[in-house]
Ligand binder design. Structure first.
Ligand SMILES: NC(=O)c1ccc[n+]([C@@H]2O[C@H](COP(=O)([O-])OP(=O)(O)OC[C@H]3O[C@@H](n4cnc5c(N)ncnc54)[C@H](OP(=O)(O)O)[C@@H]3O)[C@@H](O)[C@H]2O)c1
Length: 329
């Protein structure tokens, strides 16, 4: 028996209960992991609240949590790539990271390179692998491209800004406060725009001589999606990878995409992009290299005990945080 944040029903942060949780022996393809650091992602709040992604949340009672780092304590009979004592990490479902100990499928598990510490990886793995596929596959960013990054001082936003800058992009980033504008600017965002003070569509037009951006990394959803489409150049890509303000209104392919210039829109998800082991390893390899090269750093600004996960969720849902949050078992 070990402890975990268990949800018996979906709802506000307080539905998470710190309680004993039975972990059986690992199945043949699983590894038993004792966590040392757990990453907090905005998607955890969706899973807890039942806002979207119902297919990823196990039947209640269950434990949520997308990513963690830890040590292997046991391996199933068919597992050959991992052994007891290995330092490992994951950033894909099945959910269950908000726990001291859990079983996890070896197929989705990664070894942690020696030069990275546990908290760094917990803060960066899932968000970093998401940034890798967004910047290299959803739209392949080229030197000189102008791109738009929403919530540019958030966990995803900072990683996208730093990595896109290293790829040679010019970045327009949106934020809610002057303080966050400074944080985004320090991370490589060329033109931070405080959304309540300045129109980001006009800013994009101004810095591209009217042409528009090659891609918008759209994480806000309901409040910004239509303006994001207005930012794009003809044949530009809207990568609507998140919706922190709520799911956006439906998009009309004729008026919203066709009339604005043959635009593309997609709702990318890490589970699809990294479903193949080769793609998971590609994303992790690029991410670990980017950290080693000094392009990315963890930006851990908030650290809570795992038993205080309720406070962590209240904080990220308030929209006032910047950078990454980790939980320590
Ligand atoms: N599709 C994928 O594969 C994938 C993978 C990872 C993450 N995501 C998504 O990416 C999004 C960002 O995740 P994250 O971990 O970077 O989150 P985060 O660090 O908590 O950042 C979210 C930011 O969004 C902004 N925001 C705007 N309106 C908001 C509202 N109504 N409530 C809360 N925040 C609001 C805030 O920045 P400002 O104050 O500057 O506006 C806030 O700091 C989430 O939707 C997440 O699910 C998707």
């Amino acid at each position: 028996m070990s402890m975990a944040q268990v949800i018996h029903e979906q709802g506000p942060p307080e539905v998470m209960r710190w309680q004993e949780w039975l972990v059986p022996d690992p199945d043949s393809g699983e590894v038993c992991i004792r966590h040392t650091a757990v990453g907090v992602n905005f998607a955890d709040t969706y899973h807890r609240a039942g806002i979207s992604h119902p297919w990823t949340v196990p039947p209640r009672p269950c434990v949520i949590g997308f990513e963690a780092v830890g040590r292997v304590e046991g391996v199933g009979s068919q597992v050959s790539d991992f052994k007891v004592g290995d330092r490992v990490a994951y950033g894909l479902p099945p959910l269950g990271a908000y726990s001291e100990v859990r079983n996890y499928p070896a197929d989705n598990l990664l070894h942690v390179p020696d030069h990275l510490d546990d908290k760094q990886v917990a803060a960066l793995l899932m968000k970093g692998m998401t940034a890798q596929y967004l910047l290299h596959r959803t739209y392949k960013v080229q030197p000189g491209d102008t791109i738009v990054v929403h919530a540019a001082a958030g966990g995803m936003g900072l990683i996208l800004c730093k990595w896109a800058k290293a790829l040679g992009a010019q970045i327009v980033g949106t934020v809610s406060t002057d303080e966050k504008a400074d944080v985004a600017h320090a991370a490589g965002c060329d033109f931070p725009v405080v959304r309540s003070k300045e129109d980001f569509v006009s800013k994009v037009r101004e810095v591209t001589d009217g042409e528009g951006a090659a891609v918008v990394y759209e994480a806000i959803g309901k409040d910004t999606l239509q303006q994001s489409l207005d930012c794009l150049r003809p044949m530009g890509v809207c990568a609507a990878y998140g919706h922190v303000s709520g799911p956006p209104d439906p998009v009309d392919i004729i008026q919203d995409l066709g009339a604005r210039g043959s635009l593309f829109i997609t709702r990318p998800a890490i589970m699809h992009y990294l479903a193949k082991r080769s793609d998971l390893e590609w994303a992790a390899r690029d991410l670990f290299q980017a950290i080693a090269d000094g392009i990315l750093e963890a930006n851990i600004n908030y650290e809570y005990k795992l038993e205080d996960a309720v406070q962590a969720h209240r904080a990220i849902e308030s929209g006032t945080t910047h950078g990454a949050t980790v939980l320590i078992p």
